[in-house]
Structures are given as C-alpha cells and as structure tokens.
Design a protein around this ligand. Structure first.
Ligand code: IMP
Ligand code: MG
Length: 181
C-alpha cells in the first residue's frame, strides 16, 4: 500500500523524523524539570499535534491548557497584530509553564504571550517550538527548546495549515518553495 504523505508536495520532515526529535525534546524538558510539576500551554490550533506528542515524551506530573491567538488570518501573510481569542482555563501563578508552539516565525505571537503570561508571575516560563524560522524574526525572542531550525519556507502538515487545510497530514511538507511574505 502506498504511504499517504505530502499529497505530491515536497516533504521536509517525515513522521519518523518528527517522532525522534519530539522524543529528544521530551527527554531534555524532563531533565530540566528536576522532578517538578509542569503546565504545558499549547497555542491553538497549529501546536495541538506537537503538544499531544510532546506531552507523552515528558516524564513528569504534567497538565495542559490551550490558548488561541490570531495573527495569520487565512493565508500566507501575517497581519502583524496579535490578539488573544481564547485565554487560559487555569491560573499559572507559581507554576512551571512551558509554552508549546508549532512555528516561531516573526516572534510576534510568542513575544505577546510571554509578556501576557509573565504578568501572572509563573515560577518559570519556557518556550518549546517544533520549528524555528530565525531569518523571519521581527521581535527578539528565542525558544528554549527548538525541534528544527528551518529557512524561510511555508510549511504545512502535523497541525500546520494553509487557510485551515492540510493540518491532518502526518508529515511536515513544503507548500511553497518560494519566499512568501
Ligand atoms: P509568528 O510570526 O512568530 O507570530 O507566528 C505566528 C504563527 O504563524 C505560527 O504559530 C504559525 O501558526 C503561523 N505560521 C508561521 N509560519 C508558518 C508556516 O510556514 N506554515 C503555517 N503556519 C505558519
Ligand atoms: Mg501557531
């Protein structure tokens, strides 16, 4: 049986490569926790697959929550402004918090969330991103845990979308090998 993969698009990271890297990230996060509890905060919707897999690779007393922001609209172009569409369900004061994001791109989303969460005085606040596009950064922000650092490509699959499509592809695929703005 043929493997269903990137629907004819170029593959960037296969499901096996993703699984291996997520396992490594989980082990690193587990080590850094030194036995303490963790609250994972996924950024909807793109980070949902990553959060679910990463949570199973972390050996700790962990809970998870989700927030949703708007930044990209329905296409390739960022609107620039970030706003919160869905807030945390539980307070994070005094907690070890890990923000879980699919892609760190311009940094606008994570800079906004970091500032917002720091106001709630968590014990620690760290960031895990599956993909990092350092060449696109507008806000000076870095993740504590990066799955893969990639050039300026538009990617889809493993939770990531183009106009809400393609999230269910199990691999990470390149939609446009050009330079989307
Ligand atoms: P930011 O520019 O760092 O604020 O990134 C915001 C969000 O844009 C990311 O969390 C993704 O959801 C989305 N995004 C950025 N680059 C891509 C991409 O290549 N494919 C799909 N979504 C993307
Ligand atoms: Mg996202």
């Amino acid at each position: 049986m043929a493997t269903v993969t990137c629907q004819g698009l170029e593959i960037l990271y296969s499901r096996q490569q993703i699984a291996e890297r997520v396992a490594e990230m989980g082990a690193e996060i587990t080590r850094d926790l030194h036995g303490e509890k963790l609250v994972m905060v996924g950024v909807l919707k793109g980070a949902a697959f990553f959060l679910v897999d990463l949570s199973r690779a972390i050996q700790a007393d962990a809970t998870y929550d989700f927030v949703a922001t708007s930044s990209y609209g329905n296409g390739l172009r960022s609107s620039g402004a970030v706003k919160l569409i869905k807030d945390l369900d539980q307070p994070i004061e005094g907690k070890n918090v890990l923000i879980v994001e699919d892609i760190l791109d311009t940094g606008l989303t994570l800079a906004y969330l970091r500032k917002l969460f720091l106001q709630q005085r968590p014990k620690t606040l760290r960031i895990a991103t599956l993909l990092d596009k350092p060449s696109r950064r507008i806000e000076p922000i870095e993740a504590d845990y990066v799955g893969f650092s990639i050039p300026n490509l538009f990617v889809i699959g493993y939770g990531m979308d183009y106009g809400e499509r393609y999230r269910n592809l199990p691999d990470i695929c390149i939609l446009d090998p050009g330079q989307p703005e």
